[in-house]
Design a protein around this ligand. Structure first.
Ligand code: FES
Length: 576
C-alpha cells in the first residue's frame, strides 16, 4: 500500500497485515491474483447484469473483459460481480416489479464489497435504472457502459423495429392480414443480433439519457452492440474509472439536478419512452434531488421531436448512430441544455458536443425542421388523476388530443383479455378504453399494458387509434393515444377505481386535464362502495409482499418508500 495516498475503501480490506487482511487477500488469491495487485491500487467493481434470460444484455460478459483491460492498463484491479438481471421479455408478471430488488442488490453489493469505483453494465429496460438507483444510494465514482442496440431489424425487404412492429404484426395476424408463417418468420428478422431493442424504446431511451446526464462516454447510447467501437468504449471506460477514483469524482458530482433536467429535455427531442418518468423520479429520490412530475411537462413542453426514430418516427438506432448520435443531437439543441454540466469524461457536456457533426438531417433534424413540434411528456390532472397522469403527444393521433367519450371499463387485465374481442362489446371508435388494476400495487409491478390493443371489430373497420386510459405503463416501443401512470392507481383507491361503463370522460391535452363527468359526491360514494368490497391481500410473504406494502405511486417514481435517499459508502464493522 502506498503511504502517499489517502486510504481507499479497498485498503481497509486489502491493506491490513492482520487476520482480516489475510482473509480478504488470501481468498482473492485463489483466483490467481498475485501479491502486488493488493498494493493499494484502485479496486474497480464491474457490476454485470449479463444473463441468457436477458437476451438484450447477452453481450455484457464479453464487454466486461474490455472494461477489465482498461482498468488493468490504468493501474487498477478489476473485479466483476453479478447483479440480478431483468429480462423485459422473459420475466413475469413484469420486470418492473423487480427493478427495486435489483437496486437493493446493487446498492448492498457495492457498499458491502471492498471496491473504490464501479462500472455498471446494463442495457435491457429495467437493468440500468435499477443499477443507477442502487449506485446513487452509495455514491462511489461510477460510469455506465450499455449493452448497445441491436442491428436494424430486417423483414421482407424493409427495416422493422423491436416492439413497434410487434404491435403492428400482432394486430395484422389477429385480423387475418398476415399469415402465421410470416408472423413467425418476422421474429428472427426483428432480433437478428444481440443487443437491446433498436427502436427508441426504454433501453435506448435510458441509454440516451444516461449519456445526456454525463454518466457514460459519448456515443454509448448508439454504437450498435456488435460494433467493435463498443468494445473500445468499454476499454476506455475501464481506464477512465480508475482516474475518477484517483480524483474522487463521485456519482453525485455528475448526477445533479441539472443533469436530470438535461435528460428530460433530451428525452423529448428523441421521442423517448414514458418509462423515463418513473426511472428519473426514482433516481432523483435516491440523491435527494427535488425533481417532480410537473418538471417533465415544464421542461419538455417546448422541445420539438428532432430524432426521427420509431415508435414516434421512421428510423432505428443504427441510423441514429451513423447520423451522429447524441452529440450531434445535443449540439443542435444546445440552447436548451445545461452545457456546463460535467461528465464522467472530465469534459463538460458542451465541450463534448460542440462541433459534433450530423451526417443525416433526416434522422437528426435541425430545430428549424422538427419531426413534430410537440414532443415530451405531458402531465395531466383532474378528478380522475389528482396526483397526475402522463401522455406522450409524439406517439398520439392529433384527432384524439381533445376528446370526450364514453368509458368502456375493464376491471383488470384478465377482464380485458376475455372481452376485448367479444363481438357484443358495446364500443365504437369514440369510446375511451379504461383499464384498472395495473398500477404499482395492483398488478403488482405496473406492467406495460397501457397501450392495450383495440377491439378486433374496430380494427377490421380500419380504426387505428382510440383514447386509452390506465394506471399501467407502456412499452417505450409502443405508440397510440394513451394516458398512462394514473395516480393514485385504482388498487390504492384512486378515483379510477370508481369509473364504470358509460361514464363520460373528458380529455384535453392542451389544457392538460383529464376528468370524468361525475360529481364529487358520486365519486366519493362509489369509492366507499369499492373500499367495502376489497378482498384480503393476495401477497402475504416474500418480496412481493414487501413491494406491495411499501411501493410508492407513479408520481413518486415507484420506488419502495424505505429505499428513498442514500446511506453512503461507509461500513463500520469488519466481517470477522
Ligand atoms: Fe430488452 Fe427491449 S426487451 S431492451
Amino acid at each position: 500500500m502506498s503511504a502517499k495516498r489517502p486510504p481507499r475503501r479497498s485498503t481497509k480490506s486489502y491493506g491490513k497485515l492482520d487476520k482480516d487482511g489475510f482473509i480478504h487477500r488470501s481468498w482473492m488469491k485463489s483466483q490467481g491474483f498475485p501479491e502486488h495487485v493488493f498494493d493499494g491500487r484502485p479496486v474497480i467493481g464491474i457490476c454485470n447484469t449479463w444473463s441468457e434470460l436477458t437476451p438484450c444484455n447477452s453481450g455484457l460478459r464479453e464487454l466486461a473483459e474490455y472494461v477489465k483491460r482498461g482498468v488493468w492498463e490504468a493501474g487498477g484491479l478489476p473485479v466483476e460481480f453479478p447483479a440480478m438481471s431483468l429480462g423485459e421479455t422473459q420475466m413475469r408478471p413484469t420486470a418492473m416489479l423487480f427493478r427495486n430488488l435489483l437496486a437493493m442488490e446493487v446498492e448492498e453489493s457495492i457498499r458491502g464489497n471492498p471496491i473504490d469505483g464501479v462500472v455498471l453494465l446494463g442495457g435491457c429496460d429495467k437493468t440500468t435504472p435499477g443499477q443507477l438507483m442502487g449506485a446513487a444510494s452509495v455514491n462511489l465514482p461510477t460510469i455506465v457502459v450499455s449493452s448497445g442496440p441491436m442491428l436494424n431489424g430486417k423483414f421482407q425487404g424493409r427495416d422493422i423495429g423491436s416492439g413497434t412492429d410487434v404491435w403492428k404484426f400482432s394486430d395484422a395476424v389477429r385480423t387475418g392480414q398476415m399469415s402465421p408463417e410470416d408472423f413467425i418468420a418476422a421474429e428472427g428478422g426483428m432480433s437478428r443480433s444481440r443487443g437491446s431493442c433498436m427502436t427508441m424504446g426504454t433501453a435506448s431511451t435510458v441509454a440516451s439519457l444516461t449519456e445526456a446526464m454525463g454518466l457514460s462516454f459519448p456515443y454509448n447510447a448508439t454504437i450498435p452492440a456488435v460494433d467493435a467501437r463498443r468494445q473500445v468504449l468499454a476499454h476506455m471506460t475501464g481506464r477512465r474509472i480508475v482516474e475518477l477514483v484517483e480524483a474522487d469524482v463521485r456519482l453525485a458530482d455528475i448526477l445533479t439536478l441539472e443533469a436530470l433536467e438535461n435528460a428530460i429535455v433530451v428525452n423529448a427531442a428523441v421521442g423517448g419512452s414514458t418509462n423515463a418518468v418513473v426511472h428519473l423520479l426514482a433516481i432523483a429520490g435516491r440523491l435527494g434531488l427535488n425533481l417532480t412530475l410537473d418538471d417533465f411537462d415544464r421542461l419538455s413542453r417546448d422541445v420539438p421531436l428532432l430524432v426521427d426514430l420509431m415508435p414516434s418516427g421512421r428510423f432505428l438506432m443504427e441510423d441514429f448512430h451513423y447520423a451522429g448520435g447524441l452529440p450531434a443531437l445535443m449540439a443542435r439543441m444546445a440552447p436548451k441544455l445545461h452545457g456546463k454540466q460535467m461528465t464522467v469524461s472530465g469534459k463538460t457536456q458542451e465541450a463534448q458536443f460542440t462541433g459534433a457533426p450530423c451526417y443525416n438531417d433526416e434522422v437528426i433534424r435541425p430545430m428549424s425542421n422538427p419531426v413534430v413540434e410537440r414532443s415530451g411528456t405531458w402531465v395531466v390532472r383532474g378528478n380522475l388523476c389528482p396526483r397526475g397522469a402522463i401522455f406522450k403527444p409524439s406517439a398520439a393521433s392529433p384527432h384524439l388530443l381533445e376528446h370526450v367519450g364514453r368509458a368502456v371499463v375493464f376491471e383488470n387485465i384478465e377482464d380485458y383479455k376475455a372481452r376485448i374481442d367479444d363481438p357484443d362489446l358495446d364500443v365504437d371508435e369514440t369510446s375511451v378504453l379504461v383499464l384498472k388494476g395495473c398500477g404499482p400495487k395492483g398488478y403488482p409491478g405496473m406492467p406495460e399494458v397501457g397501450n392495450m390493443a383495440l377491439p378486433k371489430k374496430l380494427l377490421n373497420k380500419g380504426v387505428t387509434d382510440m383514447l386509452r386510459l390506465s394506471d399501467a405503463r407502456m412499452s417505450g416501443t409502443a405508440f397510440g393515444s394513451v394516458i398512462l401512470h394514473v395516480a393514485p392507481e385504482s388498487s390504492a383507491g384512486g378515483p379510477l377505481a370508481a369509473i364504470r361503463d358509460g361514464d363520460v370522460i373528458e380529455f384535453s391535452a392542451s389544457a392538460r386535464t383529464l376528468n370524468v363527468q361525475l360529481s364529487e359526491r358520486e365519486l366519493a360514494e362509489r369509492l366507499n362502495e369499492w373500499q367495502e368490497q376489497q378482498p384480503p391481500p393476495t401477497y402475504t410473504r416474500g418480496y412481493a409482499k414487501l413491494y406491495v406494502d411499501t411501493v410508492l405511486q407513479a408520481d413518486q417514481g415507484v420506488d419502495l418508500d424505505f429505499l428513498v435517499g442514500a446511506s453512503g459508502d461507509r461500513v463500520d464493522r469488519e466481517s470477522h
